[in-house]
Design a protein around this ligand. Sequence first.
Ligand SMILES: Cc1ncc(COP(=O)(O)O)c(C=O)c1O
Length: 348
Amino acid sequence: MTTRRIDLRSDTVTQPTDAMRQVMAGAPVGDDVMNEDPTVIELERYTAELMGKDAAVFVPSGTMANQAAVRSYAGPGDEILAVDQCHLFFYEAGSAAGLSGVQIFPVPAVQGIFKIEDFRDRIRPEDLHFPVTRLFWVENTHNRGGGRIVPFELMKQLKKLSDRTGIPIHVDGARLPNASAATGIPLPRWTALCDSLSICLSKGLGAPVGSLIVGSETFIHKCRRARKAFGGGMRQAGIIAAGGLYALKNNLQRLRDDHRRASRLAEGLKSIPGLHIPPDVDTNIVMIDLDDDTHFDVPSFQDLLQKQGVLMFAVGPRRLRAVTHLGIDDQDIAATISIFKTLLTRAA
Ligand SMILES: Cc1ncc(COP(=O)(O)O)c(C=O)c1O
């Protein structure tokens, strides 16, 4: 058993550091619904510039970022083509339909990576029987796909299809900074391949709250309306925006450490009998499959891990997920591998 808790459930569990807390406590604030919060205004300006787009809007969560984007592109009876198993489709309580009356047509994908023909072939022709295809939706990196990076070349092809058809591209980029850190391709080169995107500050970047939607002035104006409609207009939000600004200024490069640790974890677990680790650990997420012939089911194994101080989420009937982040160090990775070894060897 480790003496400290190793929380690998998600990169959302990070705690703000002392330095971040200090910046937050001292942030100048105002009423952001009246557009008077200087720290929020600065975060939005800074993010738009970092991403190479015209404008950005600060929202409370990644889910609201997604829902405000959907509402701004589409309305009742419209359809968006979204990569299979994306967060928007899988984890948002059916809100594209519930809040905006929008239908999602899933595009087949393996770990978030699609074939361009599968987008192309799902675009609806003009016919009164069909919904209108309003948007292409991609998630990069792909959460349920194990943090896989959508290849840059594939995004270029999608952009070509978008230019040809006039259908815009939105990227759920909750972890796009991870894709940029892992590939070395600067953020603005990624964002040039989409019309709009979101990023989350409260995942690997380590801020306590908040996401941004980024795009053209006109689109962001629509998103501000949607944010208000969904109850996401915040007042003295500069306190939390300051944590986000700090995260963007200080925590982008260190994402590589999370990636290195995720690879190390995958490597260490791979050789343990009873486990299968899907290949291609591109960023900070490791999927761990329990073989059918191990004695454990996922909940009982999760339980045993927890008793040893290691927390992971179940994301499938035989699958656990581990996510590295700034609260996880090299020792935690070594301890986790050793705990897995002990538990599975004992059971063999
Ligand atoms: C890809 C992706 N998009 C959106 C979200 C939603 O973010 P939030 O939990 O802040 O609503 C998540 C959360 O894990 C995510 O992984």
